[in-house]
Design a protein around this ligand. Sequence first.
Ligand SMILES: [Zn+2]
Length: 449
Amino acid sequence: MLRCAVALLLIACGSPSSAEPHEPAWLAPIRDARPQTFDHLQSLTDAAGPRLAGSPGDRLAVQWGLNKMRALGLENVRAEPVTVHVWVRGEERVEVIAPVPHRLAATALGNSVGTPPGGIDAEIVRAGSLDELRALPRDRVQGKIAFVDQIMERARDGHGYGDAIEVRRNGASVAAASGALAVIIRSIGTDSSRFAHTGMMRYEDGVAQIPAASISNADADVLARWIANGRQVRIHMELGCHDEGEAQSANVIGEVPGTDANAGIVLLGAHLDSWDLGRGAIDDGAGVAIMLEAARRIRHAPRPARTIRVVLFANEENGLAGGRAYAAAHASERHIVAIEADFGDGRAIGLRTPNRSAGWERVATLLEPMGVEWDRSSDEPEGGADIGPLHEDAHVPLADVDQDGTRYFDIHHTANDVLTQIDRESLDHAMRAFAIVAYSAASDTEGIR
Ligand SMILES: [Zn+2]
C-alpha cells in the first residue's frame, strides 16, 4: 500500500524513476538529484563578475571559491598562490573617419600595447588571412592599419576556433613585420552582433609591438563591403591598455576525500578567471558551477575509494599560470585521470577516454541514454588548457565530456558573456554527465586505472 502510494506520488510529481535493475545504486542520486548548478553560477557572477587575472574581481572570485567550497562541504579547502601577469584594458575608442563616420564595436586584444598619445589615424589595408597579409607587398602595408578579415566557422565541436585563433594570437607580429602601425581583426566568434571578442595575443621576439584590437563581425562586414567597392577606409584608434606587472592570484582547491588514501585522485578542473568585458558566465563560470555541483552530489553519495579533487584554476585566459603552478606543485601525486569543463553550457554530446577498458565501457553505457556518444576512435582526449601541463609534465591521463559548442563562440570573450545567456537545462545535462564520469572514475578502481 505504501509502495503504491509512493509510486503514485512519484508519478504525480513527475519525479525521475528509481534506479533500473541494471543500474548501479549510486547512479540515481548522482544523476537525478535536484541540480544547484545554476545557483552556483549565479552566485559567482554576481559576487565576482569579471575576473581577469590580478584584477579586483579575480581576488573576489578566489574568496568566493573558498567560501563556496566550504559551504558545499568540501574538505581540505585551500588557496594555492599563483603569480600572474596583470594587463589592464583602459579606455578604448576605434572609429571610422572615412568614407563616413562610424563608431566601431571594438576592443583591445589581451596583452596588446596601447596606442601612442593622441591615438593612431591611418588607412586600413585588408587581408583575408594571415597568409594573405604576409603575401602583401610591404609598401601596401607600411604606415597603415592591417585589417585581418578571416571568418570563423561555426561548428558543434568548436573546431573553427582552432582554425582561426592564430589570427588573434599572432596577427600583430605578422602585420608589424610588414611595417603596419596597428592591427585590427575580425572577431574570432560566430555571432553576427555588434560585440567584439577579446582574447589573448602575444608578440614575437624581434618584431615591433603594435596595438591590436578586434572588431565585431557586423562591423567587419561594413569595412569589407566598403573595401570591396573600392572605398578608402580611414580609422582612428585609441587603446588605453597597458601592463601592470605581476600580482598574486590563487588556484582554489577542495576535495571529497576517498575512503582509500592510496587509491589516487580524480581531478575535476575549471578556470576561475575570465575576460574582463563580460561577467564570465559561459567562460568559465559554467565549468566552475558544473564541477562544484558534481562534487556536491558525490559528497552526498556513498563515498568512493578515490579522492575527488576540484581545482578552480587561476589565469587560464591570459597565460595559463594556474595550470602550470598546479602541475609544478602536484605532479608527483597519483592522479588517476584529469577532466576539465571549459566549454560553456552546452549539452553533453560525447565521451572521450584515455583507453577502452571495461571501466570506461561501463561509463559509456551509463551515458548513452543521455545522448552522449563514446568516441572509440581516439585514445587522445584533448583535456582542457588548465590540465594540459599536468598531462604533459606528469603524463596524467585525460578524459573529455564533449559539449555541444554550436552557440559557445557567439558569446565567448564578449561583453555579452553574462548569466542571462545561460541555458539552464543544457547546463544541467552537461553537469550530470560530468558527475557520472567523475563518480565512476573515483569508485571503479578495478575498471578505471
Ligand atoms: Zn575558458
